[in-house]
Write a protein that binds this ligand. Structure first.
Ligand code: SF4
Ligand code: SF4
Length: 449
């Protein structure tokens, strides 16, 4: 309990995904604790850096979490090509005598999807629409482990490691205060090589595409893992700009019902009853969304169907997002009709290699093989969102004009609520409060480490 309070106090959330509050996730007793070091999205190097350079802190975080959730088996899952990282983690394991197994995977996408990872490691299928806890498992990202370690030392989450890549002059890793603007991150990487560009916040498959005009409203949060600059005429920009009605029309006229989208769907391949080709067939006949579209609710939006499988350039992912929103409006929830595939042995032959995927999505040229250099940067202004996590927004504890110190609690949630505390990431004065707390200070500078 005392440890969970420390994690709650520090505002730790899942660093690799949607930002589930960690103290809530760890309030459990499980058979398996899986540490996710698979770095799910192609190109990014943030987790690799953490495993390579912060291996001791990560493993001490792992040890603590394993104690909290009384895990019977602790498994560190990462890609077998991460040789330096494996070496570094094994040294730390030996130094601290930590009892865990390594699970080494091929370089496939989406290896780091929580439910795919559980299947790979345990052979168990998380129930569709469910969570790993239902099969006795907790999965947590390596960045979260680092933050748990710091939480035990009484240090809150106020900085974030971010890979800045693509069409920038010096691709690198940045160690930044939470709330720093994305534009400053791009400038710290030598600026964009292009005049007109878009950015992907996150990874190329599931990240959010943002035009250069909208960058100034975007900041680094506790879950930001990457910033990728791409040309405005890039294939991924074109795919993202397709409007839904156009896509539905295209589905009606061009879907050949080959079912490749289903055959390659990672969730279908772990036994879930999702068949995107059937959803496409239905929407081709009728745009009236009802319970018969329910399978869309268990789509994880990984993008395999859209960017890898479909030979006709159609996007089942986009259609699923549309359908999900409609179903939620109608308050239709997922009910498992147990119609998932009975034979999933074929899965081994349908895994998607990351290298091939990068070529398919025209991102291969941005793949930096050697470890990126790291730079820590300061800023004189941060805008720290009150909701950077799943659950309720934090309530401000400061007002405009207040002086705040680095690491001070500036917004909180009640213990027990689904949410996370927020702390000041620079010293300064509160100048605005809306859906974020904006802090400014006079002096700024850049330092390398
Ligand atoms: S892969 Fe494309 S063409 Fe084939 S069924 Fe799916 S949406 Fe239709
Ligand atoms: S995005 Fe496509 S491939 Fe991925 S889970 Fe959804 S339907 Fe399956």
């Amino acid at each position: 309990m005392e440890d969970l309070i420390k994690i709650y106090d520090a505002g730790v959330v899942g660093a690799g995904g949607a930002g589930f509050p960690t103290y809530k996730k760890l309030n459990a007793k499980v058979e398996y604790f899986i540490i996710n070091g698979a770095e799910c999205e192609p190109l990014l190097q943030t987790d690799k850096y953490i495993m390579r350079e912060r291996s001791e802190e990560v493993l001490l975080g792992v040890k603590k979490v394993a104690e909290i959730i009384k895990a019977e088996k602790v498994v560190f899952a990462l890609k077998k090509k991460y040789q330096y990282e494996i070496e570094s983690l094994k040294k730390a394991q030996e130094k601290f005598g930590i009892d865990l197994d390594f699970f080494l995977m091929n370089s496939i996408y989406p290896a780091g999807d929580e439910q795919v990872l559980v299947y790979e490691v345990t052979g168990r299928t998380v129930p569709p629409g469910g969570i790993p806890l239902q099969v006795g498992t907790v999965v947590s990202n390596v960045g979260t482990m680092l933050n748990v370690y710091h939480a035990m030392e009484g240090k809150p989450v106020i900085r974030k490691l971010v890979s800045v890549m693509g069409e920038v002059n010096n691709p690198l890793l940045l160690d930044v205060p939470i709330g720093i603007s994305i534009r400053e991150c791009i400038e710290a990487a030598g600026g964009s090589k292009l005049d007109g560009f878009h950015i992907i916040l996150g990874g190329p498959m599931m990240g959010m595409l943002i035009s250069s005009e909208d960058i100034d409203s975007r900041v680094v949060t506790k879950t930001t893992g990457g910033v990728i600059v791409i040309p405005s005429d890039h294939y991924l920009v074109y795919k993202n700009k397709l409007n839904l009605q156009h896509m539905i029309n295209q589905t009606k006229s061009a879907c050949i019902q080959c079912s490749y989208c289903t055959d390659m769907c990672p969730r279908y391949l772990i036994g879930h009853p999702i068949r995107p080709h059937k959803i496409m067939r239905k929407i081709g006949y009728s745009e009236e969304i009802d319970e018969s579209f329910m399978d869309s609710l268990i789509c994880c939006e990984c993008g395999i169907c859209e960017l890898y499988a479909c030979p006709m350039g159609i996007s089942p992912r986009l259609v699923n997002i549309y359908v999900k929103n409609k179903l939620r409006e109608k308050k239709i929830t997922f009910k498992d009709d147990k119609s998932g595939p009975s034979e999933i042995g074929i899965r081994e032959h349908r895994k998607v290699p990351v290298e091939r995927l990068l070529t398919r999505i025209h991102m291969h040229k941005y793949d930096v093989k050697e470890p990126l250099k790291i730079k820590a940067i300061k800023t004189d202004r941060v805008s720290i969102p009150l909701r950077q996590h799943i659950g309720v927004a934090a309530n401000p504890l400061v007002k405009v004009g207040d002086n705040v110190a680095l690491g001070q609690l500036i917004a909180s949630v009640n213990y027990g609520d689904l949410g996370a505390n927020i702390h000041g990431s620079i010293d300064g004065v509160v100048v605005e409060i809306h859906d974020a707390i904006v802090i400014e200070r006079k002096n700024s500078g850049v330092m390398s480490c």
